[in-house]
Design a protein around this ligand. Structure first.
Ligand code: 6PG
Length: 246
């Protein structure tokens, strides 16, 4: 794993740089393999990046050769404002000419969260294939507790070594406190590139520990993501520890 840290003045600058990075990854992927596979992160930070991909950079990506999957989902109906797919539809998916069959949302209409995870496991493998890599880039966020996707500290999902998708009980300390479906380390660690998008003062503590490679940071799932390729941390000033804010 090669870790790279890029810092930005604010979320707009971070989002613009992230959109440009994704465009570059997309064009390299299509040129060399004829397809661009992108795993979207949920939460709020990536929304501006998605909006820029749908506007400023819309014509710079071959959406007809793009596949979109999701790193995790809250187990709420697709129309629920807490649903990551709903956020991504509004910010990106409904605004670019990507074939509907190339967008693989996590099925929150399943009868149970276990069924949702099983269906997504099957669908993800069918959509991406099972060669050495899963996606060309996996976008991830990090929570104030060091979680990423819906991989929360000290939970069973961290121990999954073969499935790409698993069900997660509702966290009690992180909003929204609803059950989740998440991709796992076996999935994330096979991304060609991982891009963390980090903004918000509530992340300062974990960002400081992770960037300083403090031994204590090893307990954070965000610090456990370890693909063979690059892990790029894109962090805005609000999420940087005070001393590095100068
Ligand atoms: C989710 C995300 C989650 C998110 C972090 C950061 O479904 O909520 O997958 O891992 O990336 O909690 O969230 P913000 O970007 O909203 O701070």
């Amino acid at each position: 794993m090669r870790r790279e840290i890029r810092t930005f003045h604010d979320l707009q600058a971070l989002s613009d740089a992230a959109a440009q990075e994704i465009v570059e990854i997309a064009n390299n992927a299509v040129a060399s393999r004829g397809r661009f596979a992108l795993a979207l992160a949920g939460g709020s930070t990536p929304k501006r990046t998605y909006e820029l991909l749908a506007t400023e950079y819309r014509d710079d990506i071959d959406w007809g050769r793009t596949v979109i999957v999701f790193g995790d989902e809250r187990f709420v109906p697709a129309g629920d404002p807490r649903n990551n797919y709903m956020m991504a539809r509004g910010a990106l998916i409904d605004r670019v000419p990507i074939p509907a069959a190339s967008v693989h949302a996590i099925p929150t209409d399943a009868a149970s969260i276990a069924e949702a995870a099983d269906r997504y496991e099957t669908g993800l493998r069918a959509a991406l294939g099972e060669d050495e890599h899963t996606v060309d880039v996996a976008l991830l966020g990090v929570g104030a507790d060091g979680h990423t996707a819906s991989l929360f500290p000290e939970t069973p999902a961290l121990l999954e070594r073969s499935r790409w998708v698993t069900a997660v009980a509702a966290p009690t300390h992180i909003q929204p406190t609803v059950p989740r479906i998440t991709t796992t380390f076996p999935f994330l660690d096979r991304a060609r590139i991982v891009l963390f998008l980090v903004s918000g003062a509530d992340k300062r503590g974990v960002v400081g520990e992770i960037l300083s490679s403090a031994p204590a940071a090893r307990r954070y799932p965000a610090a456990m993501v370890a693909p063979a390729g690059p892990v790029i941390w894109m962090i805005d000033r609000s999420a940087l520890p005070e001393r590095s804010n100068a």
